[in-house]
Ligand binder design. Sequence first.
Ligand code: ATP
Ligand code: MG
Length: 353
Amino acid sequence: MKKNILIVPGDGIGQEVTEVGKSVLVKIAEKFGHEFSYDEALMGHVAIEATGNPLPDETLEKMRNSDAILFGAVGHPKYDNDPTAKVRPEQGLLKMRKELGLYANLRPIKLFDELLSASSIKPEILKGSDILFFRELTGDIYFGEKGRKNDNNTAYDIAEYSRYEVERIGRKAFEAARTRGKRLMSVDKANVLETSRLWREVIQALAPEYPDVTVEHQFVDSAAMLLIKDPRRFDVVVTANLFGDILTDEASQIAGSMGMLASASVGDSTGVYEPIHGSAHDITGKGIANPLASVLSAALLLDISFGLKEESDAIIAAVDKLLKDGFRTKDISDASTPAHLLLNTQSAGAELL
Ligand code: ATP
Ligand code: MG
């Protein structure tokens, strides 16, 4: 297979981990006989420094022309203490989502057996958890009208969803459920919210087209509780922007470390694959960042954008083996980890495949 992949390392540890993610793609292409070509582009703080723009036109052009994007992270602490800064790295992210029509955010929560003890949830409840979240990314309370009234004493944010928006992400989730455990949980708050009533209506209307998939509707409060109480009850989950934002962060704790979780943003054109963690400037340049989230992002890229399931599974199996062999990066190690099994960012990549 011939494909071109754009690498957008961004800021902080994004630079360090995407280098490892890319090296794994190179190894996989070699092993399976694919011809992948790579290009690189600037985004975030590094792009602001170089061009004044967090998402330069040149980067956007390259994004549109690539088959998939392996992304790092954007952000820099200097903006945290400067709320008035007009140009900010995160603006690049929102613009990228809009320009590329990325409306679905996929977050697999897969717990590697070896890391069971790293979670704060009991192993017997957790063992075997494997969830795939679909969070809607372009609508909801984040993008509706917002403002102040009553002499600045009242604030409001309006939540909106169209049938079309719910249907397109609903279909993606149903299709994914078909390839997995054939169970779909739709999360809403239909007892209170009109947007949720529409959400449920649309999901229910889609269900007959996927007779092999069992659909369960849960209220978001109940889903938040069940996630901790009985995570194995979840397989594919589809939910709105706000609920997804909160539930996916909650679910990330099931998997132990931020350094282990990948995500995909997909929609009308090129898909973007990235770790769920940010730029983490506190550990930047120390060589201790866990690169496995980027490696697993590369696996997701192969599976979703290129349909290369076997290649994707080979990467996941390599991560599994690395952990089974006892290797650990600092974030997933403890006092019992022997020094010779402690990996840095680079050596973790070198041990794989
Ligand atoms: P941003 O502002 O871009 O979100 P951040 O500084 O908030 O970045 P996060 O990525 O949100 O950092 O992560 C929070 C903390 O978790 C980091 O400060 C870091 O110590 C740790 N962390 C995140 N990712 C990794 C990783 N890949 N390996 C090891 N530790 C990590
Ligand atoms: Mg953060």
